[in-house]
Write a protein that binds this ligand. Sequence first.
Ligand SMILES: Nc1nc2c(ncn2[C@@H]2O[C@H](COP(=O)(O)OP(=O)(O)OP(=O)(O)O)[C@@H](O)[C@H]2O)c(=O)[nH]1
Ligand SMILES: [Mg+2]
Length: 469
Amino acid sequence: LNLSLPDPFDVARRLFESDTTLGITGLARSGKTVFVTALIHALLKSGAPRDETPAPLAGLAAWDEERLLGAVVRDDLRVTVPQFPYRKTLATLLGDEPAWPPSTDGIAELHLELHVTPRPGLLRPSRRRVLLTLVDYPGEWLVDLALLDKPFEAWSEEMLGLARQAPRASLAGDWLRFLQGLDLEQPFDAGLAEKAAELYTAYLRRCSEPPRHLSYNLPGRFLRPAALTGSPVLRFCPLPPPRALRGRDAPPAQSLYARFRETYDRYRAEVVRPFYRDHFARLDRQIVLVDVPTALSRGEGAFDDMGATLAAVLENFRYGANGPLAWLLGRRVERLLFVATKADHVAADDRGNLETLTRGLLHRVDRGNVLRTAGTRLGVQALAAVRATEDRRRSDTGRSILVGRRPGDATAIPLEPGLVPARFPPDWGRLDYRFWDFQLPRDPRWRDHGFPAWKLGSALQFLLGEALA
Ligand SMILES: Nc1nc2c(ncn2[C@@H]2O[C@H](COP(=O)(O)OP(=O)(O)OP(=O)(O)O)[C@@H](O)[C@H]2O)c(=O)[nH]1
Ligand SMILES: [Mg+2]
């Protein structure tokens, strides 16, 4: 056995005329699984007759120009990485009683082979095979980038600072009281470490849940451990400086404090870095999904915390080819699309506002325009990957409204979600936007034609147009 054989995937991908890896990320429940499934389904059904709706790829030039001949899933290319569960997810979305897919954890990939003919006039072979790799991974993992240049002491101080302030202070009681009772210089005890990590994780979970819905919950793997569930590398938490550190030298080598610091360092070296090396570094296009409608309906606290988390996420794309972390972050992401999802929850007349508001959010998040000047092409838009509502107009006021089925409703009914403002930040005192968890309708056409979408095609044009030209 020759262990220095080249990676079979790297060999196979060279046989394609073009090869693009698109990362799909976003915070929990932002719509990653639905987006990826709708995209795969649309590509697999791209040859459907054109006189029928929906046409989810409208807006993608290769589809509009009838140059996209078809797509197939390649199961044989990278066989040791979890495959995106598109058959299962599709079956759920298209079932007799359609439902939204369950929450997913961790990273999943899917490889699609697309066949396209070039634009007339281009000197290229008559048909090209394009490899499109989709990589779905939690945005929470990107927030861990911040840990890489923060020693345990500084990171602990930041986390404890947050935990002692509103809105988190009222959720951190159990964990903080436990820390108070700990002698940090006592010899390490595995049981105590486990207990501390458990209480800290429970605190993070309370932050993430209703009614707070906070998203800046570090380290990223504590709430989304995926394959690390139960592993010892997650047994640490932020600690206040022990007495020995205030003034004199380091705490004793085998103390609780020293061992927590060591586990934190191993988390950075053995969890965070390998993710960048093995996955993130392969991406050359990226879409960041942001559930703006839900965040709006949750109010200022949750909205601002999401903004802070997204700022940490976008740090990952700030580094150009020669940036300080380029060696870790890999090749530069050439195109980055920042997207407000679930646009079908917003009245048709307000979807332009949703995009303007999202542009405002991105501007806030990208302090100093570093992102804009990093050399990555940056796009902003709203979209609905799978529309669960239909648009209608009120006959009296002429205002656009939604027709949808809320949980518990027997049928779809006309509903007015209220206005989405264009201005950022929104005027919280006057905001009256409502978010209902619209249930998925059932429509037999979707099986063969893809799901009805809003601006999915134009998002794909930005991300993949050039690869399919
Ligand atoms: N109406 C509508 N709802 C959507 C759309 N996309 C996602 N949703 C809703 O948002 C929920 C979460 O979507 P997912 O795609 O599972 O989100 P995710 O980012 O994969 O979530 P995790 O796996 O938990 O990280 C779904 O259960 C739907 O209720 C959309 O295009 N339209
Ligand atoms: Mg998911």
